[in-house]
Design a protein around this ligand. Structure first.
Ligand code: DLL
Length: 438
């Protein structure tokens, strides 16, 4: 079902794929060792020489790389190529400290367009589509990454960038957009904007939504699909590895196919770094296998997922990863119970009357963590009757307690009271160390 962009690569036998991965891994370790003093030193210190890599499993001997390593070597310290050989830089703004800077050679850009071409094809997009890219163009990798992959498959690209939501809706209608590319949270904001303009989002005739760059849930997907009348798929990536294009869902939508000929993925215990079995949840560690400018070894993503090596009905043989549950940095520990914002999202979205706009406020009372869940209620549910609101609050609190075993205080908000995000939604406000509350 559906078209496969690169059958030769996406449907390889496991044996051929692993041979290719091993050859590439060996070359990549050698490249890092020879060209990046940071890695030479690290590998020598650990007594690991490139020849030590004899099987794919030997990747475990390599030291891991973290975001701090990139920051400490700001801006170009981990690059394997001189500036002359680079043709593009991107950077993540980073909420704290220095940004992380990533670079691309011309070859890297070709690989990037190829892997994105695969994931947009998986998600249903063809040269018949008009694709509106509502990710921010700039140092962020989202827009440029999807742009070149979409052009490669021959889609008609509308590089509108993020923001100016009313204009987005107007052009969507005038240009006959069929595919919307942005964060899942921004797609909801756009649907709301359409309604403000008196336009029913479904009447715009979009077919596909390709969403990524932030965690979202099955329940959120159902909501977005209902509002837009589209088929929505998830795609994943990170700038340190390449940007979008690491993995994406096919139309079966049972996990994201990893472009394994270019990215070697491990799942480990985030505390001990011990490998997890297929199907067990853990942190993703990714080694890009063909990156020329920035050959990171075993990059710790902080993203929690699990992998499923079973073949997919779509015909691709690549391993799939489950949608990312969240980042280890975003995991909340509320009175000893670990919970990801996405788990709270699932609960909220299943309850009738809540709108898909929420925020989590974490604070401390004495030594205890407290969680307040703020959620908007649907316009039509907003009767203003105290009894109804009281009842809804109680339902949410009970559901959070029974499904997630957390006790949280729920605060219902009027429709449209939370700030809408244009890029990655900020779901958690942590006041624990700021002294603002408690
Ligand atoms: O967000 C790359 C991207 C752009 C992916 C557009 C997909 C679409 P960064 O800004 O470096 O790169 O942020 C990477 O965002 O480590 C995850 O925590 C999170 N993330 C990205 N995609 C997903 C997703 C881009 N589909 C970080 N689901 C990653 C959940 C995601 N989290």
């Amino acid at each position: 079902m559906g078209f496969i962009w690169n059958r030769e690569r996406e449907c390889m036998s496991r044996k051929d794929l692993e041979e290719l991965q091993l050859a590439r891994l060996k070359a990549q370790v050698k490249r890092a060792y020879e060209k990046v003093p940071f890695y030479r030193e690290k590998l020598e210190k650990a007594g690991i020489y490139p020849e030590k890599i004899k099987t794919l499993k030997d990747v475990r001997y390599l030291p891991v790389t973290t975001k701090d390593d990139l920051r400490d070597n700001y801006p170009f310290g981990l690059f394997a190529e001189p500036k002359k050989n680079l043709v593009r830089l991107h950077a993540s703004s980073g909420t704290t400290g220095r940004p992380t800077v990533v670079g691309y050679t011309r070859g890297d850009l070709e690989v990037w367009a190829e892997v994105v071409a695969r994931i947009v094809t998986m998600a249903g997009v063809t040269d018949e589509d008009t694709a509106q890219i509502a990710f921010g163009y700039g140092l962020f990798t989202g827009a440029f990454g999807l742009h070149y992959g979409l052009e490669k498959v021959g889609a008609l690209v509308v590089p509108i960038s993020v923001g100016n939501s009313r204009r987005q809706i107007q052009l969507m209608r005038d240009f006959g957009t069929t595919a919307l590319i942005c964060t899942p949270s921004y797609s909801l904001h756009l649907a709301e904007t359409a309604r403000e303009l008196g336009i029913e989002p479904r009447s715009l005739g979009l077919k596909w939504g390709l969403f990524g760059s932030e965690p979202w849930t099955e329940e959120m997907r159902a909501e977005i699909e209902k509002q837009w009348g589209i088929v929505a798929t998830d795609n994943y990536g990170l700038s340190e590895i390449i940007g979008p294009g690491v993995s994406g869902e096919c139309l079966e939508r049972e996990g994201l196919h990893i472009n394994e000929d270019h990215f070697l993925v491990e799942v480990v215990d985030p505390e001990t770094l011990e490998p997890k079995e297929p199907g067990e949840e853990g942190e993703l560690i990714i080694t890009p296998l063909t990156k020329e400018a920035l050959p990171l070894l075993r990059y710790r993503t902080r993203d929690i997922s699990k992998i499923n090596p079973e073949p997919c009905r779509c015909g691709r043989t690549t391993t799939r990863m489950q949608r990312v549950k969240g980042r280890t940095d975003d995991m909340l520990i509320i009175r000893g119970v670990n919970v990801f914002p996405s788990q709270i999202e699932s609960v909220l979205m299943e309850i009738e009357g809540t709108a898909p706009h929420y925020q989590l406020i974490v604070s401390k009372r004495g030594y205890l963590d407290e969680l307040e869940v703020q959620v908007e209620i649907e316009e039509k549910f907003f009767t203003g009757k105290f009894k109804d609101l009281e009842q809804l609050t109680r339902t949410i609190e009970e559901r959070l307690a029974s499904t997630l075993q957390i006790s949280a205080k729920v605060k219902l908000l009027e429709p449209r009271s939370l700030e809408r995000s244009e890029g990655k939604a900020k779901r958690v406000i942590d006041l624990r160390n700021s002294g603002e509350r408690g």
